[in-house]
Each structure stands twice: as structure tokens, then as C-alpha cells.
Design a protein around this ligand. Structure first.
Ligand code: BGP
Length: 472
């Protein structure tokens, strides 16, 4: 017997800048991604350069029909994609949208509708229009709120009868760690004051509440969620100060969901602000906006956990998704050093649910790995048992959380079709059920091939998760 509720939204997740390509077609403007050929933490180029794999991505822009047909074949109930803001408002500060950009997403939604796949749309997924970054310093500038408002109003009005689920900012907490990629802030991180950084956070939080308000006004059927990067932490020892280090690390992330759900700044951050001479400038109406327009659900990405200690210098720290922590001796890591922890997902689900009692949506989870294309009985394929193992173990823990009483709306694996990595801009860090023939040097035919995990996930969906428990 499956434990997953009826109507559970199984599917996959993507982001425009990592898979659409067509970076300058049909009036699209540049985004911050078009000038970061080595990924979110790499150098910023003046102009787009040929070595930037994101410019062409996996060409979903032209191949969306073929790709959506493959998602439908797997039985997807939901497909997470982002709208590239710079397709709709190429520079970001125009008064009128670009019709060709809007028309593209109409075609994509048509295709999804054809197969009964529900779209889940991220409004801003690390793709701030470059002009807003260079001219305004991105979200450090309050003006971004009104540009974002115009953009979201445009897409809510246009797609209100086609898209029910919306996310305001991808991994909204990441702006603290990747100010350019996440917030379009051009001031180099080492010169960026905490004051400016938290003020930028405030602008995004206000914009998110405003988007929620507008969505509900336009069509109360639309549901808006926040999206946070979840990373549970364990104390390295039972030393009370290690547990305190955990609490402080987690508060940095909870801050974002607390404000999205409870509508106000929590006391722990007020203390932090005071002790660090940070004074957030509130404009008239900000407080009411945050308080009165909280989210309908919480979504998050989950890849890994970390350990924390009060004396981190005594330990080895590992790599992580945007942020990291001390290496946990009990866990294995992916080829990119992200520590794999299925139980951590159950903990995150329980923690969020205990804290907020709102429905939860896991909108990213998966294993980035190097795949080898081999000849199979039905043509080229990848024997990705390691990926199946990762997903299986995580989904079993989602099932455990459901049994714990957590309300889980759905699960979308990250990069359900291979796409360009956000942190490293590599093609070889693959997450998909579908292999895309493109390589780090830009070569490849872009042909799509089903991996072994394709049929596995298809069965998981067809049995509403029952298959997961059979195999244990
Ligand atoms: C998240 C981002 C995604 C995605 C994923 C995997 O942080 O929301 O855009 O790419 O991580 O990370 P990477 O691509 O660096 O492997």
C-alpha cells in the first residue's frame, strides 16, 4: 500500500536559464546568467561569451514539444519551470512587455495542457535582467520592487487560467551567499556591507508579499509559495555550543520562511541586526504588506545536510549547495562533494511542518553525477543505478514524513532532463532521467536518450509511490 496521498504531484523541475537556450531570440534581453560562463560564483564577463553553455542550454526553447512528450510518457503530474524575466521585460524597466516572450510560454503551457500536466512556475530563478543588475545594482535597490511588480502582474494576468502554482523567488535565502547570481547585485561580495545585503533581502521579501497580494487579487484560485534552500544541520558533538551553532546556522535560513509565513521579522534576527548595526529601512506600507500577504504553501530544495560546531576551524569543511558546513563523518558525498542524507529530508519536512502547519512542496532534489552513455537493447542509454538509489532513498523518507503526518503536496526532481549546472555551469553534472547529448566543451547533437531511471520513475509515478516500498 502506498502512503502518498491521492493527487500527489509527481514531476520534475527546471529553470529557464539552465535549459531554454535561445538567449537572444525573439526579443529576449540578457540576464545575469548570460555573463557568468563558469557558474554562479565565477567571473562576470562584459558580454556573453561563447564558452557559456547556458546561451544554448539544451535548446528547450525549440525542443519543448519533444521534451514535454517525454515528461508525459513518464506520467508527470506537474512540471516546474521558470519564466525568464528578460524574455518578458528584456531590460526589466520597460513599461510594455515583449509579446514574443509571452507567446513562448503560452505555447509551453498549451503543450503541458495537452497532457494534463500542471505547471509550477518560478517567477525569478537566478535570472534577473542584466540591465537591472548593471544600472540599479539589482535587489540592493528598492526600485526593483516596482519592476518586479510590473513583471509579475503581467504574467499573472496572462496565465491566470493556466497556472495555479507560483513560486516568487528561487531559493530566496541564497542572496546572502550568492548576491550576484541570486540578487543581481554587482557590488563584489567582499565590498558588500551586511546592511546593504539585508536591505536587499528586505526588498525581495516585500516584493514576494506584493506578488502574493497581486496573485490573489487577480485570481484567488492561484496559490503562491515561497521557495527556500533547505539545509538541515547536525551538531558535531553533544557540546551545547555546537547545538547553538546549529541553531544559528538554521536561523539564517528560517528567517526567510518565518517572514513569508508569519509576516514579520522574528526576534532572533532583530537581535542579530542590533548587534551588527543593521537597520532595515521600511517604507510606508511594508509592514502591512508582509503581515497581510503571507504564502499559501512552502516549497524548498533539498540536496544535502551539513554539520556545525562552535569551533569549526578544528574540522574539515566540505563543499555544498550555495552554502556549506563541516563534513559529517557519517555521510557519503556526491562527486561534487555534496553530502547525501535521505533522513535529512524527513527531518526538514517535519521541522517545517511543526513550525508552520502549511502544505509543503519539495521542488528540487536529486543527484548530480557523471553519466556514461552506453548501447542498450533499445538504443543508447545510461545505467544510472546510483541515481535511482539516491532518489529511492529520499522518496522513502518523504513517505516516512507523510506517515509522520506531514502534509506534502508534491515532489519534483531537479533537472528531470539534463541541463546546465547552476553552480559550475557544467553539462557533465547531470541530474536527469533523460540524457542530453551535450558536453562541457559545447559539442554534442542535443539528442535525447532515456536513462534507466526514466522507466523507474515512470513506475514510481504510476503506482503513486508504491514501487518505492516494494524494493526495500
Ligand atoms: C539549486 C538551484 C538550481 C540547481 C540546483 C543544483 O541551488 O535552484 O538552479 O541548479 O541547485 O545545483 P547545481 O546545478 O549547481 O548542481
Amino acid at each position: 500500500m502506498t502512503v502518498f496521498p491521492k493527487g500527489f504531484l509527481w514531476g520534475g523541475a527546471t529553470a529557464a536559464n539552465q535549459f531554454e537556450g535561445a538567449y537572444n531570440e525573439d526579443g529576449k534581453g540578457l540576464s545575469v546568467q548570460d555573463v557568468t560562463p563558469q557558474g554562479g560564483f565565477g567571473p562576470i564577463t562584459e558580454e556573453p561569451t561563447e564558452d557559456n553553455l547556458k546561451l544554448k542550454g539544451i535548446d528547450f526553447y525549440h525542443r519543448y514539444k519533444e521534451d514535454i512528450a517525454l515528461f508525459a510518457e513518464m506520467g508527470f503530474k506537474v512540471f516546474r519551470l521558470s519564466i525568464a524575466w528578460s524574455r518578458i521585460f528584456p531590460k526589466g524597466d520597460e513599461l510594455e512587455p515583449n509579446e514574443a516572450g509571452l507567446a513562448f510560454y503560452d505555447r509551453v503551457f498549451d503543450e503541458l495542457e495537452k497532457y494534463g500536466i500542471e505547471p509550477l512556475v518560478t517567477l525569478s530563478h537566478y535570472e534577473t535582467p542584466l540591465h537591472l543588475a548593471r544600472e540599479y545594482n539589482g535587489w540592493a535597490n528598492r526600485d526593483l520592487i516596482s519592476f518586479y511588480e510590473r513583471y509579475v502582474r503581467t504574467v499573472f494576468e496572462r496565465y491566470q487560467h493556466r497556472v495555479k502554482y507560483w513560486l516568487t523567488f528561487n531559493e530566496v535565502n541564497s542572496v546572502l551567499h550568492a548576491p550576484f547570481m541570486s540578487g543581481g547585485i554587482v557590488t563584489p561580495p567582499e565590498e558588500l556591507s551586511q546592511q546593504d545585503l539585508y536591505q536587499a533581502v528586505h526588498h525581495e521579501l516585500v516584493a514576494s508579499a506584493l506578488a502574493t497580494k497581486i496573485a490573489h487579487e487577480i485570481n484567488p484560485e492561484m496559490k503562491v509559495g515561497c521557495m527556500v534552500l533547505a539545509m538541515p544541520a547536525y551538531p558535531m558533538t553533544s557540546h551545547p555550543l555546537d547545538q547553538l551553532a546549529v541553531r544559528q546556522f538554521e536561523n539564517q535560513n528560517y528567517l526567510f520562511s518565518d517572514i513569508h509565513v508569519r509576516g514579520k521579522y522574528p526576534n532572533y534576527i532583530k537581535r542579530y541586526f542590533k548587534e551588527n548595526n543593521i537597520e532595515i529601512q521600511f517604507a510606508d506600507g511594508d509592514e502591512e504588506l508582509l503581515l497581510n500577504h503571507t504564502v499559501d504553501f512552502i516549497s524548498f530544495s533539498y540536496y544535502m545536510s551539513v554539520a556545525q560546531a562552535h569551533n569549526p576551524e578544528e574540522y574539515t569543511s566540505g563543499k555544498g549547495n550555495i552554502m556549506g558546513g563541516i563534513t559529517n563523518p557519517y555521510l557519503e558525498a556526491s562527486e561534487w562533494g555534496w553530502q547525501i542524507d535521505p533522513v535529512g529530508l524527513r527531518l526538514v519536512l517535519n521541522d517545517f511542518y511543526d513550525r508552520y502547519q502549511l502544505p509543503l512542496f519539495i521542488v528540487e532534489n536529486g543527484l548530480g553525477a557523471k553519466d556514461e552513455l552506453v548501447e542498450g537493447p533499445n538504443g543508447p542509454t545510461v545505467e544510472d543505478d546510483y541515481r535511482i538509489d539516491y532518489l529511492q532513498k529520499h522518496l522513502v523518507q518523504v513517505g516516512e514524513a507523510v506517515k509522520d503526518g506531514v502534509e506534502v503536496m508534491g515532489y519534483t526532481t531537479w533537472g528531470c532532463i539534463d541541463l546546465v549546472s547552476a553552480s559550475t555551469a557544467e553539462m557533465s553534472k547531470r541530474y536527469g532521467f533523460i540524457y542530453v547529448d551535450r558536453h562541457d566543451d559545447g559539442t554534442g547533437t542535443l539528442a535525447r536518450y532515456k536513462k534507466k531511471s526514466f522507466d523507474w520513475y515512470k513506475e514510481v509515478i504510476a503506482t503513486n509511490g508504491e514501487k518505492l516500498f516494494e524494493e526495500q
